[in-house]
Write a protein that binds this ligand. Sequence first.
Ligand code: IPM
Ligand code: MG
Length: 359
Amino acid sequence: MRYRITVLPGDGIGPEVTEQAVEVLKTVGSKYGYEFDFNEELIGGCAIDACGDPLPENTLQACKKSDAVLLGAVGGAKWDLLPGDKRPEAGLLRIRAGLGLYANLRPAVIYPALQDASPLKKEVVGTGIDIMVVRELTGGMYFGKKGRFQTEAGEAAFDTETYSTAEVERIARIAFEAAQKRRSKVTSVDKANVLESSRLWREVVQKVAGEYPEVELNHMYVDNAAMQLVRNPAQFDVIVTANMFGDILSDEASMITGSIGMLPSASLGKGTLGLYEPVHGSAPDIAGQDKANPIAAILSAGMLLKYSLGLDAAAKDIENAVEAVLDKGYRTGDIASEGSRIVGTKEMGKLIRDQLAGK
Ligand code: IPM
Ligand code: MG
């Protein structure tokens, strides 16, 4: 089989980590007999520099023609003072909307070899953390009506949180279906004690739950969820929530695993086309120094194989290779502890490829 992958390296450490992910895909390709055609396009700050637009039209078109998209990271201080719609982040929001990727899956897990990495106490982490955050990605406050206006007291600004029944239904289904393949529990997070959009969210999720009687559903207010994540993270299986709450809670969930440099994500829509990116950002302070952890990008390539191409065995192979390399004690600086064998971005990528190739 031949697959077309658009690679969007982006800014900061994005290019270094995606390079390693692409090399891993090539190794998987030769091992299993798949062919990948990679084409690289611009997004984020580098696209602003090259053509004045964080998401050039030909990037979007190339993505639409692909089987999957692999993204590094966008953003950096250089572009921070640009107006909202001209910033690198606007490119990310537009590509999510442009490709109809309404569901963002962010797994937060503790790897056995990194048991001690969590900043939480051992007794809190308990038997481990294995949470799937399902974040709604193309609605809510990110995409609602926004603007500025003048008042007698000076300038004011607003952003609107809007959700339709259809938007909530489809993300709820993604969450229930994910839970069916996991521990059959969904926690829907909202602010239904205050927000009308959350009250609709809760009603719709409750109704969709009727289609999945074997999945247990509970509702939680977002402030409580933020607290429960650090009080007793093991209670969570799948968390489903709105765009804004999901942005915040997924950072929290990833941090409690102690390994944000390890966590991949998938953004999915109606068809099989998906966008895969590490959860970490562009980390400009370490860019170009061969220090970044490429594992989140490599695991994102694994999610790509699984969710867009249906190559589950190859995806599992990547996960196993990553675990094996960690078990041997190799670490990039961000996840190093006493006695680790510290390696750079390139070396970590090579170790994982060698492991895959059985070298
Ligand atoms: C994320 C990021 C983005 C978001 C930013 C960079 C626009 O924080 O993917 O979580 O808020 O969605
Ligand atoms: Mg975020």
